[in-house]
Design a protein around this ligand. Structure first.
Ligand SMILES: Nc1ncnc2c1ncn2[C@@H]1O[C@H](COP(=O)(O)OP(=O)(O)OP(=O)(O)O)[C@@H](O)[C@H]1O
Length: 758
């Protein structure tokens, strides 16, 4: 180590101080050979060191397998291995850190008679010998070695270099940490002096005879060697600095079992103190091994308090765990190994300790003072004050702006809240009104059902949500409806038992939904031609619905289809029922929105609910077709070219037509032909000559989408048609008409219309 002057000191401060060396405690294990006593007692040994780092317990069968059998440490020494080797291969590097200004500590830990004193005596001598050697080789530095020795006996600190038995006090020094008050410090002169001091310590230390050890140490011994070094060339000068560090040689008293040591009286009391302080040490080590979180109970014993810097503090530390190989001590050996396992996880943070001379320190402090004074004298530039004012003003403006925003948002929130309340009130009124309507206009309920079918699935979705909010949702035995027009597809619940759509508003006052319709194919004994498409506005509103065909017997069957369409060119939906029983569900949809309809039917309706609704619709239609007496029940026949036992029905309605129907429900004085008048498609005259006047009206009102035909002058939008008549004389004309339609369809590369007999 060379001279450390001011420049070098700064360099060291920069390099060493910030990078305080963090490292784990070095853990060495020394397994002594069986003692003569143990050999005499025919003790067996179950421990074996299989290499330089691993010790193995071979008798796991005997002891059970709850403990590990192999333990690995930084280094393991066994058998005849000398203390010098333990020092050279293990403790030396750490012990000699002291000459570089780094605190270091070497501990010996283990059960009684395991060889702690034997080991530490050798380690101390080796270290001091090496220190002397180092000093001799570094004459450029002036070294001062201060030797002190203490013991902790029954929780009292004694000075081993003094004959005074007065316990020493531990003090907390703000700079040095924990110090032992008034402890004797001998300036170590030479090797002989060391030997002399060590002899005094040995003589002073409390040693007692136990069954396990004739010279059992009854106290923890701490030999401390403080080394201060300064560069000779700077000695006495202003800028001289000193490296100061100490090395501790700690020979702990051995843990012992009273039952094994057979100690009584004073020995027993000593043993209790020893075990208690060792327990504290173990606890501190265990806590440190898990990190530095939480309280570490250094103050629970004099030992841990004195050694606090060595345990996870500013020091490099090595612990030599000494073991007895005897089988009778296996439990204590295991405890020692577990302690060692914890200790190797503890991290210390050592750094070079530099002490400045008083003069150097004064000079340094003067410089620092001058710097601070000059800072105070020169006031801050005016511009910076302005900056602060501007900054404050800017912040004030920001705060004002945010307050305005808060007020605005609060206003909006209140408004929205009152809107919600209004809507909830409205829904409540609608419910009441609707119930009233149900009571007063029972005869019109069937028409309302039609309206419900449509309204509930379209425009009512918003109300539905409010209604749900208000009335809650019953999930059992309910049917779900989805608002197909709403992007988020909100749903509400329908209760089929009540035959009541909870979303329904007053049907008489609600606007007609645009682009919605219910289409239903119907056939039965008393089915008459009915309904119609008006020409007025039909181009805009009329939707075409594909008919439902059902293969079946020649006899008439109840057949219902329910179709829903949603907007121009959207898909259609149909369900078939046979003989009143549900036989299946069939859906026909156009490619445009077929998937959406499919989702609706799959997720929404249940057969029961739909059947109920269809029945209502059916009743309504029956009530509407009743004004046509000429549609006799026995005369419904449809002519087909190639089929003899099936039927085909379709019904297309425009919005205006439905409006009439709705209006008609409250004023059922429909005159024959009023709703079924329509304009024949172009080409009809050509392909359908000689038609009877009445047939033409009935035909188009019931079976075809006349508006699309007339608008497009083609059959592109006609996918199917059904034709019904109550007059035998119309049969020929119908056949001709169908042939004409198919001819037109064929010419336009469109699919042929299939007509089936019913
Ligand atoms: N590695 C070793 N090789 C040979 N003999 C040893 C070794 N270690 C210890 N001994 C012997 O074992 C006996 C007990 O050793 P020592 O007194 O050092 O144990 P201890 O752990 O300090 O016991 P205590 O805690 O009771 O003071 C001594 O006679 C010592 O010479």
């Amino acid at each position: 180590m060379g001279a450390v002057g001011a420049e070098e000191l700064m360099k060291m401060e920069k390099m060493q101080a910030p990078s305080a060396r963090e490292e784990k405690i070095l853990v060495l294990v020394r397994l002594r050979p069986l003692s003569e006593k143990e050999i005499t007692a025919d003790e067996a040994t179950d421990w074996e060191c299989i290499n330089d780092t691993t010790i193995l317990y071979r008798n796991t069968l005997r002891e059970g397998s709850t403990f590990p059998s192999a333990y690995t440490f930084d280094r393991v020494f066994w058998g005849d291995c000398s203390t010098t080797q333990v020092y050279e291969d293990g403790a030396k590097e750490i012990a000699l850190s002291v000459v570089s200004g780094i605190n270091s500590s070497i501990f010996a830990y283990g059960q009684t008679s395991s060889g702690k004193t034997y080991t530490m005596t050798g380690i101390t001598e080796c270290t001091v010998a090496d220190i002397f050697d180092y000093i001799h080789r570094h004459e450029e530095r002036a070294f001062v070695l201060k030797f002190s020795a203490m013991e902790i006996y029954n929780e009292a600190i004694r000075d081993l270099l003094s004959t005074d038995n007065t316990p020493l006090r531990l003090l907390d020094d703000p700079e040095k940490g924990v110090v032992v008050e008034k402890v004797t410090e001998e300036i170590l002169k030479d090797w002989n002096h060391l030997k002399e001091l060590l002899s005094i310590c040995e003589a002073q230390r409390r040693i007692g005879e136990t069954l396990l050890n004739e010279k059992s140490s009854r106290s923890h011994q701490i030999i401390r060697l403080m080394i201060e070094s300064s560069a000779r060339e700077f000695l006495g000068k202003e800028n001289s600095t000193t490296l100061s560090a100490s090395v501790n040689f700690v020979d702990l008293a051995g843990s012992e079992r009273a039952s094994q040591a057979l100690s009584t009286g004073a020995r027993l009391k000593e043993g209790c103190h020893i075990n208690r302080s060792l327990l504290t040490l173990s606890t501190v080590i265990r806590k440190l091994s898990k990190g530095r979180n939480g309280h570490i109970n250094y103050r629970d014993s004099k030992l841990t308090r004195m050694l606090q810097p060595c345990l996870g503090g500013n020091a490099r530390t090595a612990i030599i765990c000494t073991l007895s190989p005897a089988r009778s001590h296996v439990e204590q050996t295991r405890n020692t190994l577990l302690f060692a396992c914890c200790a190797k996880e503890v991290t210390t943070k050592a750094q070079v300790n530099v002490v400045m001379s008083d003069k150097a320190l004064v000079k340094h402090l003067q410089k620092e003072l001058a710097r601070l004074e000059s800072e105070l004298r020169s006031p801050a530039p005016a511009s910076s004050t302005c900056d602060y004012v501007a900054l404050l003003r800017k912040k004030d403006l920001q705060i004002q702006k945010m307050e305005r925003e808060i007020r605005e948002l609060t206003k909006q929130r209140d408004l929205a809240q009152s809107r919600v309340e209004d809507l909830l009130r409205m829904v409540g009124c609608d419910q009441d009104s609707r119930q009233e309507t149900g009571r007063n206009h029972n005869s019109h309920k069937q028409v309302s059902d039609i309206w419900e079918d449509e309204y509930s699935e379209s425009e009512a979705s918003g109300v539905a949500d409010l209604h749900r909010m208000k009335n809650g949702v019953k999930k059992s035995n309910t049917t779900r409806f989805y608002d197909t027009e709403s992007e988020n597809n909100s749903e509400y619940l329908y209760h089929p038992e009540n035959n009541e759509d909870p979303t329904l508003s007053d049907c008489t006052s609600s606007p007609l939904p645009i682009g919605k319709k219910v289409v239903r194919s119907y056939s039965g004994k008393s089915l008459e031609e009915n309904a119609g498409a008006t020409t007025e506005d039909s181009d805009e509103y009329c939707r075409e619905v594909q008919c439902i065909e059902m293969e079946g017997s020649s006899r008439f069957k109840n057949f219902e289809s329910h179709a829903l369409s949603n907007g121009e060119n959207e898909g259609t939906l149909a369900l078939t029922y046979e003989d009143g029983d549900v036989t299946g569900q069939e859906m026909i949809s156009t490619p445009v929105n077929g998937d959406r309809e499919e989702r609706r039917i799959q997720n929404g309706f249940t057969y029961g609910a739909l059947e109920q609704r269809l029945n209502n619709v059916q009743k309504t239609i029956e009530s509407l077709v009743s004004p046509y007496p000429d549609a006799g029940e026995s005369s419904l026949r449809s002519l087909a070219e190639d089929m003899s036992s099936s039927r085909s029905l379709s019904l297309a309605r425009s919005r205006s037509c439905r409006a009439k129907l709705m209006a008609g429900s409250s004023s059922p004085s429909l005159e024959k032909g009023e709703q079924i008048e329509s304009t024949p498609p172009n080409g009809f005259e050509k392909n359908f000559p000689g038609r009877p006047e009445g047939f033409q009206k009935k035909l188009f009102s019931y079976g075809t989408n006349t508006s699309s035909l007339s608008r497009n002058d083609s059959l592109s939008s006609l996918e199917s048609a059904s034709i019904k008549t109550s007059a035998d004389e119309d049969i020929t004309s119908i056949q001709t008409f169908v042939a004409g339609l198919n001819k037109m369809a064929k010419n336009q590369d469109y699919k042929l219309i299939t007509l089936k007999r019913m």
